[in-house]
Write a new protein. Structure first.
Length: 284
């Protein structure tokens, strides 16, 4: 098993995929961090509060939800790319059983997902700091920043693992790129809009994209409101929460841990599907 993991790391670091996808994570993370702290000027409700606005927390949430798609694509291509390059036959021949290959990829890709997550949190925080005029008060308490940052790293890790399972399930390097993009930016968006003000609106937070976004945003938004409103938090109008969730992701009244458990379920489902299909797939 150790040999398989070492082999997977060689595959990762001898190709450009991992750093090519890290670049947009860093660029978007910095941009989202910068814009997130500048967002306070267009939120009418902040005029009611005199406390420092911890917009850095929202910036990290925003950048994470932008960057996770690249973590998913990396994980998916790490598996599906072997079918395109025709190296999967050699990989399976040197590993017994095939499930060992899946485990080796999950372990090696998980570490890259952590790198993506750490890079995103640090760069987004730096961008937020610059956008806020180097005011550390824009990050709230250290524990709040640490909690949101940790959730961001965890989210990036889970999206990477889901990508590995998805790549093992589909095994087509074109489809593993197209399908997630179409689903996240078109299918789920349309579905979420259509569910608003319907009897099935409660399903929204449990959709894959919403659950993934909620890991960070459903933690960051309440922490932001709590830090700004202070003892007046119970009187904060629901519209304020919904406005923040609209821009920074997540769902009103839905706890972050529920989003985490939901997305862990999706991750396990895709990994199990990849394992089940992979062990029966013919390779040449």
């Amino acid at each position: 098993m150790v040999g398989l993991i070492k082999a997977e790391y060689r595959k990762i670091f001898t190709t450009s995929l991992w750093w090519a996808l890290l670049i947009p994570v860093v660029v978007l993370g910095f941009g989202a961090g910068w814009l997130g702290t500048a967002f306070g000027g267009i939120i009418d409700m902040v005029e009611e509060f005199s406390a420092s606005l911890p917009l850095g927390l929202l910036s990290v949430a925003l950048s994470t939800n932008f960057g996770t798609i690249f973590a998913l694509l990396f994980g998916a291509m790490a598996f599906a790319g072997e079918f395109r390059a025709k190296t999967i036959t050699t990989t399976y021949l040197t590993a017994n059983p095939r499930s060992a290959v899946l485990w080796a990829k999950l372990i090696s890709c998980a570490s890259i997902g952590v790198i993506y997550g750490l890079a995103n949190v640090l760069v987004a925080s730096f961008g937020a700091l610059l956008g806020a005029g180097q005011d550390m008060g824009n990050f709230g308490s250290f524990s709040s920043w640490l909690g949101v940052g940790g959730a961001g790293v965890l989210s990036m890790l889970l999206w990477t693992l889901l990508g590995v399972g998805f790549g093992a399930l589909i095994a087509n390097s074109v489809l593993v790129i197209i399908l997630p993009l179409v689903y996240k930016f078109a299918v789920e968006f349309i579905l979420s809009i259509s569910l608003i003000d319907t009897a099935a609106s409660g399903i929204g937070p449990y959709l894959p994209g919403a659950a993934g976004n909620g890991i960070v945003s459903n933690l960051a938004v309440p922490l932001f409101v709590s830090a700004v409103a202070g003892p007046n938090e119970p009187n904060t109008p629901r519209a304020a929460f919904e406005l923040l969730h609209l821009f920074f992701g997540g769902s009103y009244g839905h706890p972050w841990w529920a989003s985490l458990l939901t997305f862990v379920g999706y991750t396990v489902l895709f990994v199990a599907g990849g394992w089940f299909v992979g062990k029966r797939r013919d390779v040449v």
